[in-house]
Design a protein around this ligand. Structure first.
Ligand SMILES: Cc1ncc(C[n+]2csc(CCOP(=O)(O)OP(=O)(O)O)c2C)c(N)n1
Ligand SMILES: [Mg+2]
Length: 327
């Protein structure tokens, strides 16, 4: 079970993700973000709880909706903001943008524009840790439920299962793949049932409930660390915003306003704040102080990004192909 300090850190990370993305959306509307973004708002509990349970030496693979994963694995909001604004000081030198942020120094193996792309990479990380380096590091592989209809999901789970790789397959089931609902695209109600084909545990949990997520993830991570192999976790959740920043269907269209509002009422951050206050883990004053500190951090991140230079012309072909280091 999560202790009070863990819960407070998770709360802070969830809020950091929310405030970072709200600011990024403001900048997008002003035409300052180069490229589009897939906003994670509503799903923050999943990344923040996983991040709290991982060690610095553990790794994650992320998705096209990756801002929350990056922050949860210790990513710096100033370098992230600089990347969104296309600046040289960003995580990819300003050349990748939202969908390519990676931070190998903190074990974030990268966001990915290819749906399901992270699944195969997580198996590679598992092979590296368990078979080649023989350490006890684990990898959390984030993906949406849409990716579970792809071949790479099944191949990855199969390999990870037969080789007992230390990978936690963490499906964020937000009920939609772009504009298509799970009811239209999947013959099963719960993604977790797909674990049966690979003889591994499959668990469905409430992805907006930090306490439940913590316990489910804790056991799966422990199991992976002890060499007992992978687990498939399905965290049911919802994205509040449109599929991406430019789709024009943030409210209504392929889903009803009532449905969106129903899920907004299940806000994982407000839910956690209520629990923290009611359990006397912290008072309102401390929560307000945390929020003020985060707002200050995000303002500084924007300032850092805006003041940063654009990439130089000669940077254009750098980082495209592997360059052998001179010895
Ligand atoms: C291999 C591949 N197929 C299709 C796309 C187009 N595409 C981008 S996001 C997306 C939906 C993904 O849904 P899901 O995995 O549930 O993630 P969510 O967007 O809901 O977080 C699709 C089909 C893509 N980027 N890559
Ligand atoms: Mg989805």
């Amino acid at each position: 079970m999560a202790d009070n300090n863990s819960l407070l850190r998770i709360y802070e990370q969830m809020l950091r993700i929310r405030l970072f993305e709200q600011k990024a959306q403001e900048l997008y509307v002003q035409g300052l973000v180069t490229g589009s973004m897939h906003i994670y708002t509503g799903q923050e509990a999943i990344a923040a709880t996983a991040g709290e349970l991982l060690r610095e030496t553990d790794t994650i693979t992320s998705t096209h909706r990756g801002h929350g994963h990056c922050i949860a694995k210790g990513g710096k909001t100033d370098k992230m903001m600089a990347e969104l604004l296309g600046r040289k000081t960003g995580y990819c030198g300003g050349k990748g943008g939202s969908m390519h942020m990676a931070d190998f120094t903190r074990g974030n193996l990268g966001a990915n524009g290819m749906v399901g792309g992270g699944l195969a990479i997580s198996v590679g990380a598992g092979i590296t840790n368990a078979i080649i380096k023989k350490n006890d590091s684990v990898t959390v592989c984030f993906f949406g439920e849409g990716a579970t209809n792809e071949g790479v999901f099944h191949e990855s789970l199969n390999l990870a299962a037969i080789w007992k790789l230390p990978v936690i397959f963490l499906c964020e089931n937000n009920l939609y793949q772009v504009f298509t609902s799970v009811a239209e695209s999947m013959p099963v109600k719960d993604v977790s049932i797909r674990a049966i084909s690979y003889g591994i545990p499959g668990i469905t949990c409430d992805g907006n409930d930090v306490l439940e997520l913590y316990d489910v993830l804790d056991s799966a991570i422990e199991r992976a660390r002890n060499g007992q192999g992978p687990t498939l976790i399905e965290a049911k959740t919802y994205r509040w915003e449109g599929h991406y920043t430019g789709d024009g269907y943030a409210r209504g269209g392929y889903r009803s306003i009532e449905e969106i509002d129903l899920w907004k009422a299940k806000d994982p951050i407000a839910r956690m704040a209520k629990y923290i206050i009611e359990s006397a883990i912290a008072d309102n004053e401390l929560l307000e102080k945390i929020e003020a500190g985060l707002k200050d951090e995000i303002e500084k991140a924007v300032h850092f990004a805006m003041e940063s230079p654009w990439p130089d012309d000669e940077d254009l072909y750098k980082d495209v192909f592997y360059e052998k280091e001179e010895v």
